[in-house]
Design a protein around this ligand. Sequence first.
Ligand code: PAF
Length: 290
Amino acid sequence: MASRPDLPPVVRHVEEVRRQLEPLRAQGERIGFVPTMGALHPGHLSLVDVCSRECDATVVSIFVNPTQFGPNEDYEKYPRNLQKDLELLAPYGVDLVFAPEVEEIYPPGFGTYVEAQGVTEHWEGRSRPGHFRGVATVVTKLFLIVQPHVAYFGHKDYQQSVVIRQVVRDLNIPVEIRVCPTVREEDGLAWSSRNAYLSPEERQQALVLWQSLQLAQQLIHSGQQDPRTVLAQMKHLYDQHPAVRLDYVGLVDPDTLLPVERITGPVVALVAAWVGQTRLIDNLRIEPPH
Ligand code: PAF
């Protein structure tokens, strides 16, 4: 009988991460890093998989970061299950899991934040004030703690990946950012830790996000260049799903995240919507025909 792989070692303190990684760094090992908030799903595991193939050592952080949640958001109820996460990570030969307590990251007297301007102004930044300040701050801290050569993020949080690229560029943080494809369930729903909140009925309704992105893709692939027409058709689809409350749809330049005036090059279609009490986001990069 095949034996079960060992659980990865967990460390709770910054100094311990430094101590454990120092010899690997000294040997010239390429250190890869996957920051997460736990509640791991196949999307996270695909990042860990790529990281473990591309790097000599893989570090995963599990930290539900309070500063990226608004006062009325789901920080308290966000799913936490470290034991299950460690079991999911076991087959990937993860070298270190950093799972700090909140006080380790934000000790008394903490008062320094990273605020990326420009790309944070629209979309998630507008709907979730302060969210990207929390993300940029914790990711910068984690980069300084782990000092990875490369860090892996999912395309699903597309705006987050653009914000992090900007932070790394603006602050000269020596880390390569890799953005990996969104992983979807069989019917197209993007994996998200928040899918766990959905009732079976809501889970069905949530498919409209992916359907609206596919509709945008079909229209653009068939030559539609006017973003207003594409957005109107996408919104029309949401009108047929009254249980889903659209927050925004956008067709944006992949680098600036500004809405495009005409679809003559690659765009990213962005959507955010409430399904019951659960807010979901998704996106799709779309290339117009030549
Ligand atoms: O994408 C996430 O899970 C989080 O925003 C991150 C990058 C781990 C920062 O808390």
